[in-house]
Design a protein around this ligand. Structure first.
Ligand code: FES
Length: 116
């Protein structure tokens, strides 16, 4: 697992979360996740095979498993340690765990932008 520390942020446009450019979209291989440190928080960014992007807390709420190393499809992310599954749509666990925190993420001109 590689973790990239991100120190640059776009200027704040409003109160609340700020948009941070964390790297190039190609930094995250298709179908995989990578962990970035964004504004002091570890965030796992996923680039699914259907082209969609998702970002969540990097540590699983169950026991701290590395969510960026989990398996995913277009609907859920499965933690690699104990196989708790989380829906991409809202971060809720599908098998009884605590929800994961989701972050807005998008592509802008080939760059990954995460709001934290
Ligand atoms: S640490 Fe993720 S399911 Fe246990």
């Amino acid at each position: 697992m590689s973790i990239t520390d991100v120190t640059t942020a776009a200027p704040a446009t409003a109160a609340g979360p700020k948009a941070h450019t964390v790297g190039m979209v190609d930094d995250v291989p298709m179908g995989e996740g990578r962990t970035f440190v964004v504004a002091g928080e570890q965030v796992a960014v996923f680039r699914l095979r259907n082209g969609s992007l998702h970002a969540t807390q990097a540590a699983c709420p169950h026991a701290g498993g590395p969510l960026a190393d989990g398996l995913s499809d277009v609907n859920v992310l499965v933690c690699p340690l104990h196989q708790y599954a989380y829906r991409w749509s809202d971060g809720a666990s599908t098998n009884g765990g605590s929800p994961i925190r989701m972050y807005p993420v998008r592509e802008r001109d080939g760059y990954l932008v995460v709001e934290v």
